[in-house]
Design a binder for this molecule. Structure first.
Ligand code: NAD
Ligand code: AHE
Ligand code: ZN
Ligand code: ZN
Length: 370
């Protein structure tokens, strides 16, 4: 079939909107009509050329929602008409990782996904001239139609609005999941969240859900403050306005350091501050941010010797096919909020505007509706 997509031609170049060819689903694959897709910072990271796994030309986008149109041979868990959220972290329920209780990092399709192809080693996308176009993060939601492995799709209820639940495909689940699945934050905890963007705000609402007593938000951009307060932030710190070292300031503010800190900036210096602002003896610091190729983290080992832990999380530790439908329920039941964070709605033709808004710090989430 032919479909319309925003194609990343090369690093640093705007996406090009064009008709592309999409082959039908093969064994274990599913054709999905994408109804809405969010633009995540990670798409921008890849487009900029900072991602060592970034490949071109490719159809980016990994935060979407849509409807199953056709299933390939052997697909048993989905039928045409099902509503789905694509998963960049699959859940096959049978690999060593899926069977291990401590991780959500299913490896069933990870190797081929990282090469921009389907599990059989080929791409379903091509130009109208027949040149292959690669998939991205196993999703490629910047296309009106896409093909995914069955294990990379969460089936969700049919009454949930696509233009909101697409955000559960990455930002919402990553932020809330970092709190409840990865850190397992206890009631009454003190926490610090670095970066109050599309991920950090969801960490904040996760902390509120978990019953944290103190939720400190740290951002260089003052305009993020009011939205963060709406989601439960109790204290705001702009590092540019703090005299002297930020670590002792935050340790003092949290009465000895935070029980949990979260990096949602991708800046390795911030990651160090986050670790060191966690409480001596038991503080845990969770890295969510994705750092550019070659960047490294550092701290004095003494920080760990004295009881702080440095951890990381992908997709908030969520097992997509199991947890994503529940998060959709939380949204529909009013337990979590999504709507205020979707600050802009665009058409596919205007997708580059969404990237510009993100660059300028003017949006939380821009969502493309097909
Ligand atoms: P965003 O651009 O919306 O937000 C980042 C925020 O950090 C902005 O508000 C910015 O002002 C703030 N910031 C930047 N530098 C700062 C500094 N030095 N100190 C304090 N604040 C600072 O981005 P996002 O969509 O929220 O994504 C955040 C990070 O999370 C990105 O690196 C993204 O790639 C990553 N991410 C990771 C996962 C995962 O599974 N681990 C999932 C999604 C996104
Ligand atoms: N390819 C990059 C790393 C990118 C990365 O860390 N991706 C996160 C998801 S970010 C979503 O917005 C992730 O889930 N990683 C786990 C995985 O298996 O990719 C690099 O630096 O190589
Ligand atoms: Zn993302
Ligand atoms: Zn698996």
């Amino acid at each position: 079939m032919r479909t319309k997509a925003a194609v990343a031609i090369a690093a640093g170049k705007p996406l090009e909107i064009m008709e592309v060819n999409l082959d039908g689903p093969r064994a274990g694959e599913v054709l999905v009509e994408i109804k809405a897709t969010g633009i995540c910072h990670t798409d921008e990271f890849t487009l900029s050329g900072a991602d060592p796994e970034g490949l071109f030309p490719a159809i980016l986008g990994h935060e979407g929602a849509g409807v199953v149109l056709e299933v390939g041979p052997g697909v048993t868990s989905l039928v045409p008409g099902d509503h789905v959220i694509p998963l960049y972290t699959a859940e096959c329920r049978e690999c060593d990782y899926c069977l291990h209780p401590k991780t959500n990092l299913c490896q069933k399709v990870r190797a081929t996904q990282g090469q921009g192809v389907m599990p059989d080693g080929t791409s379903r996308f091509s130009t109208l001239d027949g040149d292959p176009i690669l998939h991205y993060m196993g999703c490629s939601t910047f296309s009106n139609h896409t093909v995914l492995p069955e294990v990379s799709l969460a089936k969700v209820r049919r009454d949930a609005p696509f233009d909101k639940i697409c955000y559960i495909g990455c930002g919402v689940t990553t932020g809330i999941g970092a709190v409840i699945y990865t850190a397992k934050v206890e009631q009454g905890s003190r926490a610090i969240v670095f970066g109050l963007g599309g991920i950090g705000l969801n960490v904040i609402q996760g902390l509120r859900l978990a019953g944290a007593d103190q939720i400190v938000g740290v951002d260089l951009n003052d305009s993020k403050k009011s939205m963060a307060e709406r989601f439960g932030m109790t204290d705001f710190v702009n590092p540019a306005e703090v005299e002297g070292d930020l670590v002792p300031y935050l340790v003092n503010l949290t009465k000895g350091g935070a029980d949990y800190t979260f990096d949602a900036t991708g800046n390795v210096n911030v990651m160090r501050t986050a670790l060191e602002a966690s409480h001596k003896g038991w503080g845990e610091s969770i890295i969510i941010g994705v750092a550019p190729a070659g960047a490294e983290i550092s701290t004095r080992p003494f920080q760990l010797v004295t009881g702080r832990s440095w951890r990381g999380t992908a997709f908030g530790g969520a097992r997509g096919r199991t947890d994503v439908p529940k998060i959709v329920d939380w949204y529909m039941d009013g337990k979590i909020e999504i709507d205020p964070m979707i600050t802009h709605q665009l058409s596919l033709e205007d997708i580059n505007e969404g990237f510009e808004l993100m660059h300028a710090g003017k949006s939380i989430r821009s969502v493309v509706v097909y």
